[in-house]
Design a binder for this molecule. Structure first.
Ligand code: SF4
Ligand code: SF4
Length: 346
């Protein structure tokens, strides 16, 4: 029983921090239209700093680390970083753009409990256009390689549905079946924050405008219809869990886009991400989640000092009642029930 995590879910104080999302680098080998990450940030955490951090996280009840970025597989010492957490018996998940998977999957065999590969289209033309690099074929090769060597118990596809690819939802489900992944999940594009590298003022890379990603009124209606038809055609795939979301949850993507243009209210969100998880960037900034502002840096204070600072306690109180505007418009929530926390399912 994980009583500390349970108490997290019913209070605003963190008694432990079971889930950490770590950006191991902000360097990336793709040039997605929606993201400004290109080169690694100057002064990214060194291996020794991550080693120290791993110890601090472990003594604070870390159960699950999710590697993100940037592209984690670009970091040369990434295998050594994973070793640190393997020794600490922490569950590890990789979020990757998949471009280096064919080349490096073997090296990481058995490390991750899940490898989640981002795909932005069901065909090369769409995916490559949105990702800025001819990468579709190589990514499919990477998924096939990861499957053939059984690189992880779970291999998944994740797609951000937006104006330029939402009609491909059925094609993406077919692709998930063809590539024999364990699941495919969909989310809406976050068009109104700087999360996911969406930094409009960045000199690193241009970022697509909100109007080129958000759906208009007719497209919202079309998406609702596409999801409805998919819910009938792919009933078995929904029931088997190949499609992570229920049809009702998928419709939230359409409601979200409708709300962005004032045609609906945002779907009601439930989230306690800051109570059970935290995001640490490649330069050590610490955030309550992908979207909310940082509340410190692990180079300036220890994890233990930061995790219950006045600022984050205040944020948790506000998130408890979904007060921040960001929470209302959030496209990627996390909710861990007190019971799930108690039985330590992270
Ligand atoms: S969205 Fe991901 S894959 Fe695309 S440029 Fe940004 S970090 Fe790279
Ligand atoms: S709803 Fe979204 S923005 Fe709000 S705390 Fe959860 S993840 Fe963060």
């Amino acid at each position: 029983m994980n009583y500390k995590a349970f108490f997290n879910t019913v209070s605003t104080k963190a008694h432990s921090m079971p889930v950490v999302i770590l950006y191991v680098t902000e360097g990336c080998n793709l040039k997605c239209l929606s993201c400004s990450y290109r080169l690694p940030m100057p002064g990214e955490l060194t291996f020794d700093e991550i080693k120290q951090l791993a110890q601090q996280l472990s003594s604070f009840g870390l159960k699950h680390i999710v590697y993100s970025g940037g592209e984690p597989l670009l970091r040369r010492d990434f295998r050594d970083i994973c070793n640190l957490f393997t020794v600490l018996k922490v569950k590890q998940t990789l979020l990757t753009n998949g471009l280096l998977l064919a080349k490096r999957a073997e090296e990481f065999k058995g490390v991750f409990s899940e490898i989640i590969v981002s795909l932005d289209g069901a065909d090369a033309e769409t995916h490559n256009r949105l990702r800025g690099v001819n990468s579709f074929d190589l990514i499919l090769e990477g998924i096939a390689k990861a499957r053939s060597i059984n690189a992880a118990p779970q291999i998944s596809i994740r797609t951000v549905l937006q104006k330029q690819n939402f009609r491909q939802l059925p094609g993406l489900i077919e692709l998930a079946k063809q590539t024999v992944v364990n699941r495919i999940s969909f989310l809406a594009a976050d068009v109104s924050s700087e999360a996911y590298g969406r930094d409009n003022n960045s000199t690193r890379g241009a970022v697509a405008s909100e109007s080129s990603m958000a759906l208009n009124k007719n497209e919202v209606l079309e998406l609702k219809d596409i999801i409805y038809r998919a819910s009938v055609k792919y009933k078995n795939e929904f029931e088997s869990g190949l499609i992570s979301e229920s049809p009702e949850k998928l419709q939230h993507i359409a409601y979200y886009y409708a709300a962005l243009i004032g045609k609906d209210t945002f779907p009601k969100n439930f989230c306690n991400a800051p109570m059970v998880s935290t995001v640490i960037t490649s330069t050590g900034d610490i955030h309550p989640c992908f979207f909310l502002p940082k509340y410190g840096n692990i180079r300036e204070n220890s994890f233990k000092e930061l995790i219950n600072s006045e600022s984050i306690i205040n944020t948790r109180s506000r998130v408890k009642v979904m007060e921040p505007d960001r929470c209302r418009k959030c496209v990627c929530t996390l909710f861990v029930s007190p019971r799930t926390a108690l039985v330590d399912k992270f």
